[in-house]
Design a binder for this molecule. Sequence first.
Ligand SMILES: Cc1cc2nc3c(=O)[nH]c(=O)nc-3n(C[C@H](O)[C@H](O)[C@H](O)COP(=O)(O)O)c2cc1C
Length: 322
Amino acid sequence: MSLSTRLTERFGIKHPVISAPMAFAAGGALAGAVGAAGGLGLIGGGYGDAAWLDEQFAAAGNQPVGCGFITWSLRKSPEILDAVLARNPKAVFLSFDDPEPFASLIRARSIPVICQVQTVRDAARAIDIGADVVVAQGSEAGGHGERRATMTLVPEIADLIASRSPATLLCAAGGIADGRGLAACLMLGADGAVIGSRFWASREALVHPNMHRAALAACGDDTTRSSVMDIARRIDWPPRFTARVLRNSFTDRWHGREEDLRANADEEAARWRKAWAEGDVDVANTFVGEAAGLIHAIEPAGEILDRIVREAEAAIQGRSRI
Ligand SMILES: Cc1cc2nc3c(=O)[nH]c(=O)nc-3n(C[C@H](O)[C@H](O)[C@H](O)COP(=O)(O)O)c2cc1C
């Protein structure tokens, strides 16, 4: 049995898994390793640093990879999209804000557009503007997102796609870290999974070892969603989006006191950024999802992908309870 789906067919990949374009963490080595193992690997274009992106495309070597952008941030430096399109990426992934006009520019180059959404309304918009793949992201996800849970958001958007645009593909994101999760999202009507946290916990990810250690010691209960990290980093996220991170003394102190934090921003921003660089996980937050509780080792991305797919196949065939 194989897990071929419309996603594997459309993208010419072996496994129905996309590695998430995680800002700072998903560089070319991770995207390339996921691609080499049969998934679709994405570089995290994040807040748009052209020199960093050049390095990361080089690190992916000859392996074809795609790239993701934080859409509201891309609006501030749209020229970065041109530079990435010139590399003929395997796909461009847009998340957080209206995908236009970027989606049209990408599609005009015959490059597939993947739109990650957090609500049914945004899914409808993604379908209307011709997204090739809609990613339904639940709030279990690591990093930024919104409030809906994967379990209901995915089938609701599957129904919307079935009635409005059956050729559009659907992936699930948020909390998928093993074969059970992959099998479940296919059962919910998705064509594949976008996996972030589990690949963040890989050897190839660009993550401070202290943050990896903190995630391995954590369970899903230890995460929280907040905006205080963005206030500390002075990144102006639209208020509807918060980020899931591991709770620590910083979030315990400031979450719910955002105005006080803004009043102390100079001092706290410097403290947070220093802690991030040094891997001081008590001050700087570890960006990881509820899936932290399903992650028990930092392993090569290719091994992680192989195991997830093997487990999912077994789960679907009913051969094992995993
Ligand atoms: C460390 C980290 C950074 C992330 N950065 C981004 C990002 O820059 N752009 C984006 O679209 N999504 C980002 N995400 C969210 C992912 O796209 C995806 O929705 C999420 O990782 C899926 O849930 P999971 O973490 O439970 O696998 C990030 C996730 C993590 C864990």
